[in-house]
Design a protein around this ligand. Structure first.
Ligand code: SP5
Ligand code: ZN
Length: 353
């Protein structure tokens, strides 16, 4: 398995996130990726290196899933933040006002000149700090996703986009959930554009992949499936229920499999079979797996109880789909174990292939 790692990831390093009226240290930290690299050094899965993609090809791939005005916002966000107040250079940017576009009649069509308002327009939580290096890191991550998709197009059985920030909460024109660019969606769209007629996305992160669902919700060519904590009690709360089945041409091409907080591996594993059956019925020729390791028992912000050894079983089950696969690194905040759990899953996939 080829791994593409993001050499710019550490440029994205938030200080604090808002949680219930307090600022708490960020969970999504650079050390996460370093632990995966260290484990890959101990248990190599194949070639590992930075992605090599042309800037123009990268811009085109990102623009396939994100809006032009959101990308323009992201590209200048840090400079605009510092221009508001030079003292902002020492602070992360976090939103504190939102337009609630779908309710109450607030407008999202008029772009505010005030950057703090613009930040709210393009985000859905105050837990995702935007820092000086966030845009460079997010672009580097998207390059990993694109390179991984290209590797699979060129005949690799699987490829791993080892990047942070993660991506699956980022939608067509919004950031949130520690995510800025939707790496899994970029990979899925790149596979489509390279000739895969049907692509399946199977999201195994603890949190519902709301961004990916929204990007593909009205499309029949990309099936989105997500196994996650029930949004009635779990983040991101406002999407991820079982009755969201897709809309328009996409009706029937989104499948949510929410599970109660506290769910253990036996139930989770059986749910994975349901997800894999849907992927099989769909008839995809390629698979994208947004791979979150926050289903782990020791995860500090999540509520399932998977054990380290279980991830090898997950990897083997995913290999059973018999499809070329792109893995994107998403959540997983038990930092000391995230390397072991990641490589257990990928090694399980590779050994069963
Ligand atoms: C990619 C991904 O896994 N994103 C998850 C975003 C979750 N953000 C909200 C987390 C709330 C954390 N609560 C901290 C409690 C500290 N004791
Ligand atoms: Zn997550």
């Amino acid at each position: 398995m080829k791994t593409f790692h993001n050499p710019h990831h550490a440029a994205h390093a938030g200080q604090q996130e808002m949680f219930r009226g307090r600022m708490v240290p960020c969970h999504e930290v650079p050390a996460r990726l370093d632990f995966v690299l260290a484990e890959l050094a101990r248990r190599p899965l194949g070639p590992l290196g930075p992605p090599s993609v042309e800037d123009s090809a990268l811009d085109a791939a990102i623009a396939r899933v994100h809006s032009a005005r959101y990308l323009a916002f992201l590209a200048s966000a840090w400079d605009d933040w510092v221009a508001m107040d030079p003292a902002n250079a020492q602070r992360d940017a976090l939103p504190s006002v939102w337009p609630l576009p779908s309710r109450h009649g607030f407008r999202s069509d008029v772009l505010p000149a005030n950057f703090a308002a613009r930040l709210g327009l393009f985000s859905f939580d105050s837990g995702s700090p935007l820092t000086a290096g966030s845009w460079a890191a997010a672009r580097g991550g998207a390059a990993c996703a694109l390179a991984a998709a290209q590797a699979v197009v060129n005949g690799e059985r699987s490829a791993f986009a080892l990047t942070r920030p993660p991506g699956h909460h980022a939608g067509p024109d919004f950031l949130g959930g520690y995510c800025f660019l939707n790496n899994a969606a970029i990979a899925a769209q790149a596979l489509r554009d390279a000739g895969h007629a049907k692509v399946a996305v199977l999201d195994v992160d603890y949190h519902h992949g709301n961004g990916t669902q929204t990007i593909f919700y009205e499309r029949a060519d990309v099936l989105t499936v997500s196994i996650h904590g029930d949004p009635t009690t779990e983040y991101p709360f406002f999407l991820g229920h079982a009755d969201e089945r897709g809309a328009g041409e996409g009706d029937g091409f989104n499948l949510n499999l929410p599970l109660s907080r506290g769910t253990g591996f036996a139930r989770w594993r059986a749910t994975l079979d349901t997800a894999l059956q849907a992927v099989h019925n769909f008839g995809a020729s390629a698979l994208v797996v947004p791979m979150g390791l926050d289903t782990f028992e020791g995860d500090p912000i999540s509520g399932f109880t998977l054990q380290s050894a279980d991830y090898a079983v997950v990897g083997a089950a995913l290999a059973g789909a018999g499809l070329p696969a792109v893995f994107t690194f998403e959540g997983g905040y038990a930092v000391d174990e995230v390397g072991t759990n990641t490589v257990n899953l990928l090694e399980g996939f590779q050994q069963a292939t």
